[in-house]
Design a protein around this ligand. Structure first.
Ligand code: NAD
Length: 293
């Protein structure tokens, strides 16, 4: 890998994800200047105090002037507003990328808003994170040995893809490319649906009259299943709405599976229950072994 040396990186949204990219690149010593643009002056000041970024500004023209790469790491619903704000000042040499958890919506709005500069945009999604948010949760090693998916299409500049690939590799990540549609259907199944299930279960328990008693006796199984229900509400609202079609398909598939399970219980069909649990247990253990390697 050619050593990516960035003179100027601009990050819109210096939270967990953007802050961790900044910290990783600073640690790798391959960036001269990191400028943050955000919604909250207080959190940008914290990012400066923590030496995650070098400076912050609300002047977009000044922020992106002579930038090598602009990384958008704000909640996905903010992405169209950010594209619109940078478009008038975007230099032809500046590459734009994002870290949003959904990709079809981002690619479509990049095409619409960036117009003749769409080839400079590379959609991206780091498969790393936490239920914590904000720059104080940022970590230089967040992306170490984690996957990052890039979703270029036929219009995307090959040079831009290569530069964004190198950026993530310097953060320690393994980079894969796929279409935005494939990305969204995969992550609806293995990330977005599990988050919705965790939120739904906790909300249901919390709304019962004996919630205190239920939470009082909930133990490690409940904690493991619901850890992700502690995630950021705004982020998950945006992801759910942005990936609505794929997510609705997954909810239907899950409802069908639950109905089959319910039927097995109603029929007291121990053999069917055992067979289902055995298949799932084997698949889960195989997956865990693979992830440990
Ligand atoms: P976060 O809340 O930690 O950080 C988001 C930051 O964006 C905050 O500092 C917020 O003030 C700022 N922001 C909000 N609106 C903005 C705007 N209009 N312009 C500039 N900044 C703005 O959230 P995060 O976990 O870092 O998530 C950021 C993005 O990364 C989201 O799109 C999310 O889908 C994606 N992502 C998150 C995870 C995860 O596990 N947290 C994993 C992969 C991808």
């Amino acid at each position: 890998m050619e050593n990516l040396v960035l003179k100027k990186l601009v990050i819109f949204g210096v939270g967990l994800i953007g802050g961790s990219v900044a910290s990783a690149l600073k640690k790798a010593g391959c960036v001269t200047e990191i400028v943050g643009v955000g919604r909250s002056n207080e959190s940008l000041q914290t990012a400066i105090d923590l030496n995650v970024i070098d400076s912050a500004t609300s002047n977009i023209a000044e922020a992106i002037s002579h930038a090598d790469i602009v990384l958008i790491a704000a909640p996905v619903a903010q992405t169209p507003l950010i594209f619109a704000s940078i478009k008038p000042y975007l230099d032809t040499n500046t590459i734009v990328t994002d870290a949003g958890s959904t990709k079809s919506d981002v690619m479509a709005c990049a095409k619409e808003i960036l117009g003749d500069k769409f080839s400079q945009f590379v959609g991206g999604h780091p498969i790393a994170g936490a239920e914590k948010s904000g720059v104080t949760a940022a970590k230089a090693d967040l992306y170490l040995n984690k996957n990052v998916v890039l979703t270029p299409n036929h219009s995307t500049s090959a040079h831009a893809v290569q530069r964004v690939r190198e950026l993530w590799q310097l953060c320690g990540a393994n980079v894969t490319e796929m279409s935005a549609e494939t990305h969204d259907s995969i992550f609806a199944a293995v990330s977005h649906l599990p988050h919705l299930l965790a939120f739904a279960l906790v909300d249901d328990i919390a709304s019962r009259s004996n919630a205190e008693q239920l939470f009082g006796f909930a133990a490690s199984g409940f904690r493991d299943f619901t850890r992700i229900a502690g995630s950021h509400p705004e982020m998950w609202r945006d992801i759910s709405l942005a990936n609505k079609t794929a997510l609705l398909n997954e909810i239907t598939a899950y409802q069908n599976e639950l109905s089959r399970l319910k039927q097995m219980l109603e029929n007291s069909d121990g053999d069917a229950l055992h067979a289902l649990f055995e298949r799932a247990s084997t698949a889960r253990n195989n997956w865990a072994k693979l992830k440990e390697q």
